[in-house]
Design a protein around this ligand. Structure first.
Ligand code: SAM
Length: 230
């Protein structure tokens, strides 16, 4: 239940400098959202690759989100440069990554402004196999409208799962939603998103587990389309 969770009333009510102190005063807000980030493997893999892009994980489990928070704090502490690099004024790695404990299915719009995201990740989401549990799935027409609102035109939704039925479900819903169009892996790689795709496949704890068990991984990606007069 969400009773004891504190949610921001709106994205404007969030002080991002508490999440990304090294970026305080830059006006930057998160651009990558990892929904149901689990133990944070994707964020940790992507953070050093895009040091100027702010990334936020959302995770509903208390202990797991605390673990990720501690993990980020430890990485920040151990990789802090002794003297700041005057040339790049780089704050050091992992300053650009953070996490909130949140129920993304209920509170996604409380965190992200219209068109503020360039990528949303749904990596190995809980499958909710039974028909009567399908409404618990993280992708549905209602939720897609929220994701499309937060994602800027041209932004990408990345989905991957080892459950074929869930893959078909996510694919069908995204294909049928007017603001998304499928984009294949080759196109994304030609746009320089290869490292992101590699991390999507390999960097998360769940993805590694699937690999150990020789499971299949079904990837499906979608682009947020441009619409006139939005
Ligand atoms: N993406 C991670 C990975 O690939 O390793 C974790 C995958 S795990 C199977 C699914 C995660 O989604 C769990 O950590 C679960 O707690 C989280 N989750 C489920 N429903 C959620 C929700 N409504 N909001 C936020 N997180 C959620």
């Amino acid at each position: 239940s969400d009773h004891n969770l504190d949610y921001p009333a709106s994205p404007d009510a969030i002080d991002w400098s508490t999440h990304y102190p090294a970026f305080a005063g830059t006006g930057k807000t998160p651009e990558f959202a990892d929904v149901g980030c689990g133990f944070g493997g994707l964020l940790i893999a992507l953070a050093p690759l895009f040091p100027d892009t702010l990334m936020l994980g959302m995770e509903i489990r208390v202990q797991v989100s605390q673990y990720v928070q501690d993990r980020i704090a430890a990485l920040r502490a151990t990789t802090k440069p002794e003297t700041p690099d005057a040339e790049t004024s780089s704050p050091g790695p992992y300053q650009n990554v953070s996490i909130v404990r949140a129920n993304a299915m209920k509170f996604f719009p409380n965190y992200f402004r219209k068109h503020s995201l360039s990528a949303i990740f749904f990596l190995f989401p809980d499958p909710h196999f039974k028909q009567r549990k399908h409404k618990a799935r993280i992708i549905s027409p209602t939720l897609l409208a929220e994701y499309a609102y937060a994602l800027r035109p041209g932004g990408i939704v990345y989905t991957i799962t080892d459950v074929l039925d869930l893959h078909e479900w996510m694919k069908t819903h995204l294909e049928n939603f007017p603001l998304f169009e499928p984009v294949d892996e080759e196109t994304l790689r030609s746009e320089g998103k290869g490292p992101i795709l590699d991390a999507v496949r390999q960097s998360t704890e769940e993805g590694k587990k699937v690999e150990r068990n020789n499971g299949d991984k079904w990837l499906a990606c979608f682009r947020r389309i441009e619409v006139k007069r939005e």
